[in-house]
Design a protein around this ligand. Structure first.
Ligand SMILES: [Zn+2]
Length: 175
């Protein structure tokens, strides 16, 4: 596996002051969230009017979910980060270890587990360490069960998959 240099931004997290760019990013993230909500509402209206379509979509979603559950990222490939969110809360999050920053690949905001704000953009961050690396679990103890994806992570992945699905459909048969 290739070497990754993990970056920090805005440390110490506790003293971080929001910048104009942070406010813009948060606004953008909220715009996108509103748009997604609107699209989902339209989709639901469509499905109410068309049970066959609804059933097809339900099956596609289930397939996507099954796929996700099978392709769980092994713990040694997970990097833990301490991030400061727009709302001011400092929380822990996880990313694949190949990401040098926790804000790559469209994951620059998340739902704050402290106050529930969603989206709340990541304004500062620092690496903690690999998920498996710092463990002090005794070697003689029972096998540690692999960590399950959190509901939020799962929902995010499903949303991304659905978006991709939609994109493929849109580009595949227009008209
Ligand atoms: Zn918060």
């Amino acid at each position: 596996m290739r070497e990754v240099e993990y970056e920090s931004l805005g440390v110490p997290l506790a003293d971080y002051q929001l910048t104009r760019n942070d406010h813009q990013q948060q606004e953008q993230a909220e715009d996108i969230a509103r748009w997604v909500k609107k699209v989902l509402a339209e989709k639901e209206a469509e499905e109410r009017a068309d049970p066959v379509l609804a059933e097809g979509r339900r099956r596609a979603s289930k397939r996507a979910l099954d796929m996700l559950l099978k392709h769980k990222t092994p713990e040694h490939e997970i990097m833990r980060w301490r991030v400061r969110l727009y709302c001011g809360h400092i929380v822990e999050t996880q990313r694949h270890r190949e990401n040098g920053k926790p804000t790559l690949h469209g994951s620059s905001s998340e739902r704050c587990p402290e106050c529930g704000r969603e989206p709340s953009v990541i304004v500062a961050f620092e690496p903690i360490g690999l998920a498996g690396g710092l463990s002090t679990v005794s070697r003689t103890g029972p096998t540690v069960a692999p960590k399950k994806l959190t509901r939020a992570q799962l929902e995010r992945r499903v949303a991304a998959l659905e978006k991709e699905n939609q994109r493929l459909r849109d580009s595949g048969h227009t008209g």
